[in-house]
Design a protein around this ligand. Sequence first.
Ligand SMILES: Cc1ncc(C[n+]2csc(CCOP(=O)(O)OP(=O)(O)O)c2C)c(N)n1
Length: 388
Amino acid sequence: MSEKILDRINKTGDIKKIRRELYPQLAEEIREFMIEKISKSGGHLASSLGVVELTMALHTAFNLPKDKIIWDVGHQCYTHKILTGRKDSFDTIRSLGGISGFPKRQESECDAFDTGHSSTSVSAGLGMVNARRLNGEKNKIVSVIGDGALTGGLAYEALNNAGQLKENFIIILNDNNMSISQNIGSVSRMMTNIRTAPKYTDFKSNVVSALEKIPKVGGRIIKKIRGAKSTFKSLFIPGMFFEDMGLTYLGPVDGHNIDDLLFVLEDAKRVKGAVVVHVMTEKGHGYDPAMRDPERFHGIGKFDPETGECLCKKEPDYSRVFGGIMCKLAEKNDKIACISAAMPEGTGLKNFAKRFPPRFFDVGIAEEHAVTFAAGLAAGGAKPYVCV
Ligand SMILES: Cc1ncc(C[n+]2csc(CCOP(=O)(O)OP(=O)(O)O)c2C)c(N)n1
């Protein structure tokens, strides 16, 4: 049997010793490892499978633990744990006394921030950037936030604040077009527009390389183009929304292509101020059952790694009982409405949503908004239940 590259990954920084052409094989081995382990313990598999290459690129481009990576929610951190000396503890993941399924500072000096709740990473990262200045340090700070987490208001409060920043702060937008379920709302629609827009980056580099060939004049035109932000860029820049907030936007970039990721990360390091790197990933990437049903594999119990079939008992849980009762109540009372903050499945309300669509509201990962929205519904005579 040929030697596994993953056998050479035992502590933080080991990935940097692996030859670049072996990275795709390493990514495959990490996925195999993760699927095998999580099939026995259960866990957040689909999100972690989606960021294997992104995590490898981050660990190559940055120096941990000096540089800091803040994982939003933290459920996508399995590759990060594998690359930071915790591979051999994976048999204990999510069990009493074992390693956590989320980043934990007490577990590793490479876990920069304890997470769990969504949409906090930009605030936490911005705080660290300011602490860095106060301490006179020079390390890099990277927040990784999903498109689902970007439906949470807290993220915008932080982006609004970050727009004024004069020093480097890298925000990776991990866009897989999914929250736990389908992502909702206009931010999600905006992302789709960005994804389908003509590739600004390709266009830009084509124009620049064509102009560079023009002696003398070319350089001057390039400078002008780079300066003409609002007029020229708005025509082609998909991330104008971020640029208008005072952040630099780079991307979109293929999140499963490590060379492209490394290239854009080097660019991001040079930006003076906050920079959003828009990375496109696929939830569940590399494992057919998870790619077919990323929602089921978001947080899954024990399963058969060959088929992806669930091995857990189908006993009714609290959420399912609750969902059933809400349906019964709603049959009798047409004022009853349910509001979920991106958790229709987790709150047992999928069936309610299907049966009473006008009375079901998925408001995105936005609990504060959900509660105030419910107060508004109640003022209008409805009987709202906020389910988080
Ligand atoms: C405040 C809060 N509300 C709800 C959740 C439940 N939750 C965990 S992950 C997740 C979806 C996150 O989507 P995204 O950020 O796009 O990451 P992905 O799973 O797609 O990688 C949700 C709603 C949470 N962790 N925190």
